[in-house]
Design a protein around this ligand. Structure first.
Ligand SMILES: Nc1ncnc2c1ncn2[C@@H]1O[C@H](COP(=O)(O)OP(=O)(O)OP(=O)(O)O)[C@@H](O)[C@H]1O
Length: 277
């Protein structure tokens, strides 16, 4: 295998997943499928359950009911190390001030494939170098991770996930801290990788442009799923987000383009809230 990511993507199937915290239901009967190589966007308002669902997929959380299958195997019943050979996650939890160089942080992504305390192979080194190249961070390789800016750190954490050579990439708001060019480069990269991607995104216009399908969550339930054109329905979005939505076609990309307006600010042009380009 050359370069990051397994040669083919994984099939993902979340079936009737339920998660609760005390008396509170965080996820309630959530089902979602991705075929190998697809980029599936998870969208929905704050607190709708996106991160919670992602956590069940990368095995940080065991569903109380239902199950998550990756290539037909139940994630919760698979040893962590085996899951890590197939699923890589880029999440919101702070990476901490690791006293490592960027290269060392990315090399941590190789761990699931290595024997404990086994030496780094030429293949490991190639994969790490390639992962850094793919996120335009090769020039940062020898820098202390702790000295990086927010966006540089985020790119390095994405490189660490790529170095895992995953068949399924799970990303929670990966565009956080990234400037426009790096956001576009990342989503373009996800589309080109053979890996399947499940990505939580707040920016509906980026989701519309780069995802094959979207799953819209609301209060822990799937409200709509399907191609972006189908899910990004003005009446539905207005109801789910509590802001008046207009959906048009982006003349440059042909993708649906959503513009939101706060009801209380209607008529005040300056206060209209535009979806980012
Ligand atoms: N351990 C917990 N105990 C209680 N409530 C929790 C716990 N973990 C998450 N929640 C709640 O579950 C809900 C869903 O959280 P989650 O982080 O999955 O939402 P999200 O859609 O990713 O939100 P955001 O867009 O704000 O990142 C939130 O209301 C959150 O406060």
């Amino acid at each position: 295998m050359s370069g990051p990511c397994a040669a083919s993507g994984a099939a993902l199937s979340a079936q009737e997943v339920a998660v609760a915290a005390g008396a509170r239901r965080l996820l309630d009967g959530v089902s979602l499928d991705a075929v190998p190589g697809e980029v599936v966007g998870l969208v929905g308002p704050n607190g709708s359950g996106k991160s919670t669902l992602l956590r069940t997929v990368y095995r940080a959380l065991r569903p109380e009911r239902g199950r998550v299958l990756v290539n037909g195997r139940e994630v919760a019943a698979t040893p962590v190390r085996e899951v890590a050979r197939t699923v890589a996650a880029v999440v919101q939890e702070p990476a901490g001030d690791l006293e490592l160089t960027v290269r060392e942080v990315v090399a941590m992504g190789r761990a699931p494939h290595q024997r404990t305390f086994g030496p780094e192979t030429a293949h490991d080194r190639r994969v790490v170098a390639d992962a850094l190249e793919r996120v335009a961070a090769a020039d940062l390789a020898e820098r202390p991770f702790a000295s990086l800016s927010g966006g540089e750190r985020q790119r390095v954490l994405i490189a660490r996930a790529l170095a895992q050579e995953p068949a399924l990439l799970v990303l929670d708001e990966p565009g956080n801290h990234l400037d426009v060019r790096h956001q576009l480069a990342l989503l373009t990269l996800l589309r080109r990788l053979p890996a399947t991607s499940l990505v939580a995104l707040h920016d509906l216009n980026l989701a519309a442009r780069f995802c094959d399908r979207l799953c819209l969550l609301r209060a822990g339930k799937v409200t709509a799923s399907g191609p972006p054109r189908q899910v990004l329905n003005a009446a539905l979005l207005s109801e789910v987000y509590g802001a008046r939505a207009e959906v048009a076609e982006n003349p440059a990309t042909g993708a649906p383009q959503v513009t939101f307006h706060l009801p209380e600010a209607d008529g005040e042009h300056k206060a209209s809230v535009r979806g980012r380009p």
